[in-house]
Design a protein around this ligand. Structure first.
Ligand SMILES: O=P(O)(O)OC[C@H]1O[C@H](O)[C@H](O)[C@@H](O)[C@@H]1O
Length: 566
């Protein structure tokens, strides 16, 4: 059994090194120009500045030694070579193959998977073209201009993030003209109501997205929208109005979707890493056209190649991953704020929450040994400047939360007003540049005194500073850049997991709640249909369930169909 990384000399060396760092303040570290310039790098237009990390050049070199001890390079290679690094599910982890060039060879179980990937991509290109140009029509002969993508978790968050980011990109928005893409994720009937509101089934295509095709929420939502279509247009309309994305094509067919209208992916694609498969590519191509989505894939590919081949000193995902490990495991900062200074990245944090927290929220090593250290980060975030008016108070004067500042050089939608001091994007970006310094430098009592601040207010107005962040500057935010950003986060999170020695690619922690929910589902059925009393639950749950059932006794117990009317 492999030793835990925390038992190794490089880990212990870093633990001891924390004392050194505790003697420093970012105010001083930032005045060392040589240090700062060594903490900036650029790859394919993306500029990373990590000089506001509580780290010295020495810290970074110790992190590289830790990476070597963790066999980081070998683990990255094993991933790209299709080895079964997801050992608890005995699977390869090959989301990089989803965006590989056509002539690449990437093997899983001795078979090159790239031709299969491109077969599906070509099928998506063709299908989305026929829907978009009106040659594929609905049951009543009308073009399908609206798409509802049903899916949850990894079959939802990545596509939603990319859709939200593309919506205001001039090229993408032009090619989406007259079309709508909506996402139905929650099993809450309110989400059904929101999604169908204002849509006509005659002009709507439903894409059911589920890796397993067994996820309770998605399948109930799929049956609900099947009913919405067939009650309006007749059951034969389903084949024209419903298509699917899944690894389980048998269940797709059983559901009643024509297998010709099913888009495959494979068990070596983890749900939260699936946005570059048909999961994201199909709905996004329907909305924006395949050529826009292909640029997104190319952006991700650029980072894949960089991650695979760049030396660690110049490797953006590796550096970010190692710095995260430093912040979590050595400096003791469990959280991370994702702060994009663009509204277009509004859904980045929710997506990264799943990629990061489902990947690295583990309690045991890949060999099943309970970890004596915490793995995983608590991720949250909001676009700037909105977050500044919400939770930044805590970040500036309360807890220390390492921050990712993400800025864009050229706005997707510039606004210039004649008499303003700066244009609107410069106004936004003024904050992007100011906040990291406010966090790093803070404000001392001496500074406040020299400003004649009343002495009783000095403690309240003091900022301790020394709060770490990274700044990522992107030249623009188009499909290609969105792909790069996605891949940077995906690989950074893998790096963290590789160093912590965990399996970042399984998610057993989501199972227990699901199985308890099925016990509750059975009880609700028995109580509603046969009047059975609540049994087999603890006192608290029995009380809550009984109260719920009693207070909703007017729910129909006979078979009946009722869809939201909004
Ligand atoms: O795509 P599906 O099979 O429907 O799965 C949807 C989601 O369900 C699960 O709960 C997993 O935790 C997620 O990783 C997954 O993305």
């Amino acid at each position: 059994m492999a030793a835990l990384i925390s038992d190794t000399a490089p880990w212990k060396d870093l633990k001891a090194h924390v004392g050194e760092i505790d003697k420093t303040h970012l105010r001083d570290l930032m005045s060392d120009t040589e240090r700062c310039s060594s903490m900036m790098l650029e790859f394919d237009g993306i500029f990373l500045d990590y000089s506001r990390q509580r780290a010295t050049v020495d810290t970074v070199s110790k992190l590289f030694t830790l990476a070597e001890e963790a066999h980081l390079k070998q683990k990255i290679n094993s991933m790209f070579n299709g080895e079964h690094i997801n050992s608890t599910e005995n699977r390869s982890v090959l989301h990089v193959a989803l965006r590989a060039a056509k002539d690449t060879t990437i093997n899983s179980d001795g078979k090159n998977v790239v031709p299969d990937v491109w077969q599906v991509l070509d099928k998506i290109r063709e299908f989305s073209d026929t829907v978009r140009n009106g040659s594929w029509v609905g049951a009543t002969g009308k073009a399908l201009t609206n798409v509802i993508a049903i899916g949850i978790g990894g079959s939802f968050l990545g596509p939603l993030f990319v859709h939200t980011a593309l919506q205001t990109d001039p090229e993408a928005s032009k090619s989406a003209g007259g079309r709508q893409l909506r996402f139905l994720a929650n099993v809450d009937p309110v989400d059904v109501a929101r999604n169908i509101s204002g849509l006509n089934p005659e002009t709507t295509l439903v894409v059911v997205v589920s890796k397993t095709f067994t996820t309770a929420e998605t399948m109930l939502n799929a049956r609900t929208l099947r009913e919405w279509i067939s009650s309006a247009l007749g059951p034969q309309a389903v084949s024209k109005h419903m298509v699917a994305v899944s690894t389980n094509l048998k269940l797709v067919e059983k559901f009643g979707i024509d297998p010709n209208n099913a888009f495959a992916f494979w068990d070596w694609v983890g749900g939260r890493y699936s946005v570059c498969s048909a999961v994201g590519v199909l709905p996004l191509s329907l909305q924006y056209g395949f050529s826009v989505v292909e640029k997104f894939l190319k952006g991700a590919r650029s980072i894949d190649q960089h991650f695979h081949s760049a030396p660690f000193e110049n490797n953006i995902p590796v550096l970010l991953g190692l710095l995260s490990v430093w912040n979590v495991s050595f400096l003791g900062y469990p959280a991370r704020a994702i702060l994009p200074y663009t509204q277009a990245l509004e859904k980045l944090a929710p997506h990264i929450q799943q990629v990061s927290m489902e990947s690295n929220g583990k309690g045991v090593s890949i060999d099943g040994v309970r970890l004596p250290y915490e793995a995983g980060e608590i991720d949250f975030g909001e676009p700037g400047t909105n977050g500044q008016h919400s939770f930044y108070q805590l970040i500036h004067q309360g807890r220390v939360i390492p921050c990712d500042f993400i800025g864009i050089v050229k706005s997707q939608q510039p606004v210039y007003l004649r008499d303003e001091v700066v244009n609107n994007h410069d106004e936004l970006m003024s904050n992007f540049f100011a906040q990291p310094d406010a966090l790093a430098y803070g404000k001392t009592p001496e500074q406040l005194q020299s400003e004649n601040v009343a002495s009783h207010l000095v403690p309240h107005k003091t900022f301790t500073g020394n709060r770490p962040s990274i700044s990522l500057l992107l030249p623009s935010l188009d499909a290609y850049r969105i792909g790069q950003l996605l891949a940077i986060y995906e690989h950074r999170i893998a790096v963290e997991g590789f160093v912590w020695g965990i399996n970042s690619f399984d998610q057993w922690g989501v199972e227990l709640g699901k199985s308890l929910a099925s016990q509750v589902r059975k009880q609700l059925h028995a109580s509603r249909k046969k009047g059975e009393s609540v049994e087999g639950f603890n006192f608290s749950t029995t009380k809550l369930l009984t109260r719920y059932l009693e207070a909703s006794a007017d729910v129909p117990s006979e078979p009946t169909t009722l869809l939201p009317k909004i």
